[in-house]
Design a protein. Structure first.
Length: 409
């Protein structure tokens, strides 16, 4: 594996601002995703990949032709966008070789410090090559680490035609961070038996479960009138919305849950006296529990509105994604061969769950079984984000072994 080429590409990719923009009203939601996609197309053509294409929505696909007759098509996926939670503009990556394992004061903002106390993985990277931000932006390892891994994996397979494998499909998606990663993916065109996302942390993890997810849009309607004559007439939607949030159970929140616990999470509140809106994330590993959460919100809406005569609270549920475990049962080899690939490399895989979702959640729901694999990401969506080159190389090695395992399946 060419680790320096992998690093060079990763550094090139993170410098392109591909921040997803939730309210843009277009797809992809930012021009940088088109820019990165065009760069990938050029590099894929240069390395000799086949069927390289980008559609009108910025979705990039390519193929490394197989050399084993009848072997299943294996796809790999990564997303081009980065989270809107922290700026992805003017990223200044900092490469630290032979890392000493100690806390890191970031060069662009000395108040930003990556510490072992807040990131247990940091001291484990001692002696490795890591890449940090300068503390003023995120890094974009989620998921440009995955993008770089896929590009190096494809390049390595093309350069080493003696490695047995079936057709390998490369799929790069947009706007995953705002829940639209696979909106414009043609599953029939991917035409794969299985897919793997490179969109996980650390190394040697196989994510086989995700949350199931909905979003509740709560619209609170009040009565607006000039405050000078508001007595007995005004119904302030902001106050009603605040009461609604306060009525939500505090112990069913991200602040109070972990492991397999689900939650209801009000994360955006907007509006004024006449009308206010609240967006609430509903998350649980048991899909049926999302119905219970929705019922609970509707009950709270009735109770709170009754306390504020003249108000109305409407709850609309928007489906987002479903636990990939529900779909992986249709193709158990998706996980078992990933386990075999790690074991063939002398590694012990860790079968894990994600308190979130990936493009793999929706790809699996659409009929393409898609577990998630490690890609060396750490502290994602944050100015304290960092990535580990050694773990990215390890992910490339897993990818090579995976396609070999499928060629024998």
């Amino acid at each position: 594996m060419n680790s320096e080429r992998l690093l060079e590409r990763f550094l090139q990719y993170v410098k392109i601002d591909t921040t997803a923009v939730e309210e843009s009203g277009r797809y992809p939601s930012s021009d940088g995703q088109f820019e990165l996609g065009k760069l990938l197309v050029a590099q894929l053509n240069e390395m000799g990949a086949a069927d390289v294409q980008v559609n009108d929505f910025g979705i990039v696909m390519a193929t490394v032709p197989g050399n084993v007759d009848g072997a299943p098509v294996v796809a790999f996926n990564a997303h081009l966008d980065t989270s809107p939670e922290t700026s992805g503009a003017n990223v200044k990556p900092n490469v630290i070789r032979d890392f000493d394992g100690k806390d890191i004061v970031l060069s662009g903002d000395s108040s930003q410090v990556i510490t072992a106390a807040t990131c247990a993985e940091l001291p484990k990277a001692k002696g490795k090559t890591i890449i940090t931000t300068d503390g003023t932006t995120l890094l974009g390892g989620d998921d440009k680490a995955g993008v770089a891994i896929m590009m190096e994996l494809a390049n390595h397979l093309i350069e080493n035609p003696d490695i047995p494998h079936g057709p390998v499909r490369l799929l790069f998606t947009c706007d995953e961070e705002i829940g639209h990663g696979v909106d414009h993916v043609d599953i029939d065109a991917v035409a794969a038996t299985v897919c793997y996302t490179f969109d996980g942390g650390g190394q040697n993890m196989i994510d086989q479960e995700t949350f199931s997810a909905d979003m509740a849009l709560v619209t609170v309607t009040g009565v607006n009138i000039h405050p000078s004559i508001g007595k007995g007439r005004m119904v302030n939607a902001i106050r009603v919305a605040s009461d609604f949030i306060n009525a939500m159970p505090a112990d069913v929140s991200p602040e109070c849950t972990d492991g397999r616990d689900g939650f209801m999470h009000p994360y955006v509140m907007d509006g004024g006296v006449a009308q206010s809106t609240i967006k609430v994330l509903l998350r649980d590993f048991e899909t049926n529990q999302l119905v219970a959460y929705a019922d609970q919100l509707n009950q709270l809406a009735d109770e709170v509105a009754a306390k504020h005569a003249g108000s109305n609270i409407d709850v609309q549920i928007v489906k987002q994604y479903r636990n990939m475990a529900e779909g992986l049962v249709s193709e158990p080899r998706a996980v078992s061969l990933a386990v075999a690939a790690h074991e063939a490399l002398g590694r012990k895989p860790d079968l894990t769950i994600i308190r979130g979702g990936t493009d793999g959640s929706q790809l699996t729901e659409k009929g393409l079984p898609t577990p998630n694999l490690s890609s060396g990401q750490h502290n994602i969506h944050s100015p304290l984000e960092w990535a580990c080159l050694d773990e990215m190389v390890a992910a490339c090695e897993v990818g090579v072994e995976l396609v070999k395992q499928w060629a024998q399946a």
